[in-house]
Write a protein that binds this ligand. Structure first.
Ligand SMILES: [Fe+2]
Length: 293
């Protein structure tokens, strides 16, 4: 289980975006998924940034082991009742770990078992099942990955465009680090029931807001998930995704990658097919010079 707390400059606009995205706002700024509970917290801020990444673990024994492993890396660890907190030193991202239940298995995808197929005709937003992964840009992903792999005990699933994709469940990835000139939240990814919901959700979000469109519909190489990325009002992307490969990620045949061995394309197909750098956050784009300079 993973959840994220963000500080954002445009709190009202970002709240409205995630309500429309299909998350349930249980109290102002707190958003729940259908199966994962409260997985997004938005706080007012003077900058758009990650305030805290929360990772659930199975037991207090796990917490003790993680605390010791982080301290072995000379990372200071704060301990409170049933919680430990540490700051990943490269990105400066605060990570909190506590004992949490594992999420229930995902409901079955909609299947064409009736002639009328009425479940395809929707009126409201899709309701994402859970937050699947968080992708964070940082200046040195190779140093930062040690915190998550050797400290938290995650496993490495893949490398794509120089970034380690790491997991702690049967999902292909739960935390992704992407090379970037500064620390930033690149995207959050919200699992929906099937590719139909990816397409329906994405097209519904851009219907009256074409400026939200970032990239999709497409299918990634790593993890083979279908995707559609939208721009949120706080400088990050929000991804609807569905993968029918995730349950394989803990199988005995899952490979152990090393940097430079992942030659998978970011997308095996997508619309548009090869848009140049489609997922560059605003914070990484060069400023536009004003005409009167
Ligand atoms: Fe993603």
């Amino acid at each position: 289980m993973i959840s994220l707390t963000r500080r954002v400059r445009d709190l009202d606009g970002t709240r409205a975006f995630y309500r429309e995205f299909g998350l349930a706002e249980t109290s102002p700024g707190t958003f729940a998924t259908r199966a994962g509970g409260e997985q997004l917290h938005l706080l007012p801020g003077t900058a758009d940034e990650v305030a805290e990444l929360h990772i659930g673990v199975d037991s207090t024994d796990d917490l003790r082991a993680i605390g010791a492993a982080l301290e072995a890396q000379d990372v200071p660890v704060e301990r409170a009742d049933g919680t430990i907190r540490a700051v990943e030193p490269v990105s400066g991202v605060a990570v909190r770990l506590s004992v949490a239940d594992r999420l229930p298995a995902d409901p079955a995808p909609s299947a064409p078992d009736r002639v009328e197929r009425t479940e395809l005709v929707r009126r409201g937003p899709v309701e994402p099942l859970r937050l699947g992964h968080v992708a964070i840009g940082c200046t040195d992903v190779e140093r930062a990955k040690a915190f998550f792999l050797d400290g938290v005990g995650m496993r490495l699933s893949d490398y794509v465009i120089g970034g380690p994709f790491m997991r702690f469940e049967t999902d292909h990835h739960n935390v992704v680090l992407l090379p970037a000139p500064m620390t930033l939240l690149h995207h959050t990814a919200w699992k929906v029931r099937d590719v139909d919901e990816v397409g329906y959700g994405g097209s519904r979000m851009i219907e009256r807001h074409p400026e939200r469109h970032a990239w999709g519909l497409g299918r990634h190489g790593a993890s083979a998930n279908y995707f559609w990325y939208l721009k949120d009002p706080a400088g990050a992307f929000a991804e609807y995704y569905h993968s029918d490969m995730d349950a394989l990620a803990d199988g005995p045949l899952f490979w152990d990658p090393a940097p430079g061995t992942g030659d998978l394309p970011v997308a095996v197909w997508a619309s548009p097919a090869l848009e140049e750098r489609p997922l560059v956050p605003e914070a990484m784009r060069p400023p536009i010079l004003s005409a009167d300079r």
